[in-house]
Design a protein around this ligand. Structure first.
Ligand SMILES: C[S@@+](CC[C@H](N)C(=O)[O-])C[C@H]1O[C@@H](n2cnc3c(N)ncnc32)[C@H](O)[C@@H]1O
Length: 454
């Protein structure tokens, strides 16, 4: 409930407060009509009534929409858009019925998606958080705005002994929505998912609760991973899986039992093979890899042009995964130091180093926060950071300030943690270049590459 604070105001004229309270009550219990001012990261439409901020799940700048309040806090109301009163010229019909769950920008044209992402980066993050203008921001839109993902995962739910694909509703781990088709992955992946559900149903495997599919960009390899909560003998099921391999280029089918920490290869291999140019990468069922290869190639080109490497340089690739950046740059430099904590990623990193005949890549296994000090002692010329959404730890930034290398390339999927970290790093570094990439069309997400120089 909205309460009016009148403490410490001396003589108070109650009339305006009563009116405001009544207005606020009205706002909470009934749907309200609001005009959208802007869309803020990550994808909420914002409006303001009587000084109170209202966030809703859909609405383009300039549109009047009807919103049903869902949650109320001291200084804002969160709502759900139930009706569009005056549609914007940039509004389009979403392709998916479930678009609000995973790809909520589908209701706007692609130019608008790009403009919104660019404005968020410039205004809400760099201008607001860092008080820095970004006149030089280069925003790279995606060549393909549909069917671009090389990995997708779904929950598997059951109803009347029939399995179906489902996503969690946002903010509700116990509620699910059925997914018929996903347009962020190619059509053949949807077809494969349908066949797979049929096999799971025929084998009565109610213990399967998740599926992950990865596909290589040359379309020659598909890795299908099923997750369940029981350790099972799956001989009969793996025989029936062979049927899938006659229709789809499946390189492996894996079953992972998370609570027993076991994995079973039902068919083929535990990994998928990906090529970036001539460089090969083996990627395990649970290894991280970038999900939009076309955009990754564009980012790599910008990065190599921006950090000026040669055979005398040492680079450190922190959060290196299966080696994507370090391996691709290894032949341009004298030495690469790669830091990674996940066991599976390290095992594939080793394979990828060998497969590509790289001899100057040194692996440091463990946590970047603990290893940063020893990495800096090797005097790297350039640090490459590609952390998870939570960004760098403050300890990492503090160590860098004590012994700053010549340059940093920071690749981030979260502008909020990126600008938080830059706030520290910009005390020693200059922002040399900034690029943003639409790795995730139809969603509010973006990837950013920042080049810092001392
Ligand atoms: C966003 S991914 C980037 C991987 C790689 N750069 C790539 O492009 O494929 C982040 C990686 O950091 C690893 N990681 C997460 N926290 C870490 C930590 N504290 N120390 C070292 N590695 C970490 C994850 O296992 C994951 O491989």
């Amino acid at each position: 409930m909205i309460c009016v604070i009148i403490k410490g105001k001396g003589t108070v004229h109650l009339f305006p407060y009563v009116i405001t309270s009544l207005f606020c009550w009205y706002v909470i219990i009934s749907a309200m009509q609001i005009k959208i001012k802007k869309i803020v990261y990550p994808g909420k439409s914002l409006s303001q009534i009587e000084g109170k901020i209202i966030f809703t799940d859909e609405g383009l700048p300039g549109e009047s929409v009807e919103v049903e309040p869902v949650k109320e806090k001291n200084n804002f109301i969160e709502g759900k858009t139930v009706n569009i009163i005056s549609p914007s010229a940039h509004r389009i019909k979403p392709r998916c019925s479930h678009y609000k769950i995973c790809a909520p920008y589908q209701y706007m044209d692609y130019d608008t998606q790009i403009k919104i992402k660019q404005a968020q980066l410039k205004e809400d993050f760099f201008a607001h958080q860092l008080k820095t203008d970004l006149p030089g921001l280069i925003f790279r839109p995606a060549p393909n705005i549909w069917n671009y993902r090389n990995k997708i995962s779904f929950n598997i739910m059951w109803e009347n002994n029939i399995p179906y694909l489902a996503y969690n509703l946002p903010d509700s781990p116990t509620q699910f929505e059925k997914i018929e088709e996903c347009f962020l992955v190619p059509g053949r992946i949807n077809l494969l998912l349908k066949h797979m559900l049929g096999l799971i149903k025929d084998a009565n495997m109610e213990f399967i609760n998740k599926v992950v599919i990865k596909e290589s960009s040359d379309k020659k390899n598909i890795l299908l991973t099923l997750y369940g909560d029981q350790r099972k003998e799956l001989k009969d099921f793996s025989d029936s899986c062979e049927k899938l391999t006659t229709h789809f280029p499946i390189s492996g089918i894996i079953y992972i039992c998370k609570n027993q920490n076991t994995s079973l290869t039902l068919s083929g291999n535990y990994f998928i093979k990906e090529f970036i140019g001539k460089t090969q990468f083996l990627i395990g069922a649970e290894s991280f890899f970038q999900t939009n290869i076309e955009m990754l190639k564009i980012l790599l080109e910008d990065m190599t042009k921006s950090i000026l490497l040669d055979k005398n340089k040492i680079i450190a690739d922190l959060y290196c995964g299966v080696g994507t950046f370090g391996i691709l740059l290894a032949k341009k430099v004298s030495k690469v130091i790669g830091v990674e904590s996940s066991k599976e990623n390290i095992s594939f990193l080793k394979k990828n180093i060998e497969l590509n005949n790289i001899t100057n890549f040194h692996i440091r296994k463990g946590d970047c926060r603990k290893l940063i000090e020893s990495v800096l002692k090797t005097s790297p010329d350039v640090l490459i950071f590609n952390p998870p959404r939570k960004g760098l730890d403050k300890t990492i930034c503090d160590h860098i300030l004590m012994k700053p290398p010549r340059a940093i390339a920071y690749i981030s999927c979260n502008p909020a943690t990126l600008t938080r970290d830059l706030k520290i790093l910009l005390s020693v570094y200059k922002l040399k270049k900034i690029f943003a990439y639409d790795f995730f069309p139809q969603t509010p997400h973006m990837e950013t590459l920042v080049i810092l120089e001392k």
